[in-house]
Design a protein around this ligand. Structure first.
Ligand SMILES: Cc1cc2nc3c(=O)[nH]c(=O)nc-3n(C[C@H](O)[C@H](O)[C@H](O)COP(=O)(O)OP(=O)(O)OC[C@H]3O[C@@H](n4cnc5c(N)ncnc54)[C@H](O)[C@@H]3O)c2cc1C
Length: 287
């Protein structure tokens, strides 16, 4: 398996800036996220506070970022990392179906807007899952509930519908739905997950739904869930001024490190995280 110098998780402004700087320093880069870059950015109607660009839409910024990546031949690996394991002098990253290795990691996954549901952490791996593509085979002939926090999660629900006996979909957003006709849409604000005799119940303010499993699909999972042992302060990763976390070789940048949630801050921190990762790699080689 190829071991990259740096794995960067997240294709928002923080992760992209980190990727460009690692490439400029001649490091092998694994950039993981979406070829559409940041979903959050693509929805911004007007950004006026980013130096040099005047007033632009988020989509226009994404286009400019993409052009910059292309100049450096930086490819994006489309995947969603489930867990990052610190293995000592390298990291193993569990994707939906593939495992990756890198000597250092930069977390640029943005911030998770919603708190975990009551029972979500408790039943994670015991009926609660964050990845429909990974766990769909377990639901052949079974029923599943999918809670989707953005339109792009519908693709995973549609995939699950090809395998499961029945899929219920609860959208936690207002955009138009493009769901497989086999999926039954349900409504309500999710509040809790309960488990009894291997059956899970999703509680909402409009009623309760029962199935064999519940998939919670958000744009990002919380940093603490993504990296076991990572020190966080609620939703945010604790970093020092060089963007180092408490785990050697692991850095973080952008919204995930805390307020203010701003593009310029994400880019600045992406730059610092990249340079810190490069210094860390130099110490690894010396040892
Ligand atoms: C309504 C609104 C308006 C805003 N307006 C402005 C503004 O005018 N000016 C301004 O400066 N800022 C604005 N912001 C804030 C700005 O959008 C964020 O600060 C910026 O996008 C943060 O960049 P980031 O790189 O940290 O994360 P994000 O842009 O959130 O990108 C994170 C990326 O990581 C990916 N990801 C997450 N988890 C994983 C995983 N496990 N595996 C792989 N990929 C993963 C996500 O899919 C996403 O693509 C606004 C935000 C909102 C919501």
């Amino acid at each position: 398996m190829e071991r990259f110098d740096v794995a960067i998780i997240g294709t928002g402004p923080g992760g992209l800036e980190a990727a460009i700087n690692c490439r400029i320093r001649n490091k092998s880069v694994l950039l993981i996220g979406s070829k559409d870059l940041s979903f959050k950015m693509s929805r911004l109607e007007k950004v006026s506070n980013y130096l040099g660009l005047g007033t632009v839409t988020g989509e226009e910024m994404n286009k400019a970022f993409k052009k910059h990546l292309d100049e450096f031949n930086l490819d994006i690996t489309e995947d969603k990392i489930q867990t990052v394991y610190a293995m000592g002098d390298y990291f193993a990253l569990q994707g939906k179906e593939v495992m990756y290795e890198a000597s250092s990691v930069i977390l640029a996954t943005g911030v998770v807007a919603s708190k975990p549901l009551k029972g979500e952490n408790e039943f994670l791996g015991r009926g609660v899952s964050y990845c429909a593509t990974c766990d769909a085979p377990l639901y052949r002939g079974k029923e599943a509930i999918v809670v989707g926090y953005s339109q792009k999660e519908e693709e995973e629900a549609n995939f699950l519908a090809e395998i499961a006996k029945k899929v219920y979909y609860l959208p936690v957003y207002k955009d138009e739905r493009h769901l497989d006709s086999r999926i039954e849409e349900i409504t309500g604000k999710p509040t809790e997950i309960r488990r009894e005799d291997k059956t899970l119940t999703l509680v909402t303010d409009k009623g309760e739904y029962t199935a064999n499993g519940v998939f919670i699909l958000r744009d990002a999972v919380s940093a603490g869930q993504l990296v076991p042992g990572l020190e966080t302060d609620g939703a945010h990763v604790i970093v020092d001024r060089s963007m180092k976390t408490n785990i050697n070789g692991l850095f973080a940048c952008g919204d995930i490190t805390g307020l203010p949630y701003q593009i310029a801050k994400a880019v600045g921190e992406g730059n610092i995280a990249a340079l810190s990762a490069v210094s860390y790699l130099a110490t690894l080689r010396r040892n």
